[in-house]
Design a protein around this ligand. Sequence first.
Ligand code: THU
Length: 151
Amino acid sequence: MKETQDKLIKLARSAQEKAYAPYSKFSVGAALVAQDGSFYMGCNVENISYGLSCCAERNAIFKMVSEKGPHQKIKAIAVSTKADIPCTPCGACRQVIQEFSTPETVVFCKGKDGYVSYAMKDLLPGAFTEFEALDHDGSSTIIGSKYKTTP
Ligand code: THU
């Protein structure tokens, strides 16, 4: 896993150099390895209408899905930041990582003393993974993402 971590951090750093962050001036890079062994990178892309900005993690994940299709899962994902400032994925990104995770998925991000690895169940305990959709005729269907966390 150390080898994967080092490679992902290196790729995340290089993605970070591409960041478009003129408003926050906080460049972020992300890199992930999918279950099939392919790598995807992403950076944050901001907008003058601030709320339209997208984080590095989500951009990397959306690349994976657009290129590999809906069944690919994340084996591990790393995040790097400007000046190596400690940073875990934001709440929105945690929910998106969760959607394409398995119980083995690992998230590497900078802590106070070097990189730390997290499991998704610790980053997003009690994640929203299932709901009951009610139809007009009163019938219901359980809608769920593939991997459900234990509450
Ligand atoms: N950002 C990311 O890209 N990933 C994170 O994990 C945290 C925040 C971006 C969003 C915004 O462009 C900038 O960092 C400041 O919040």
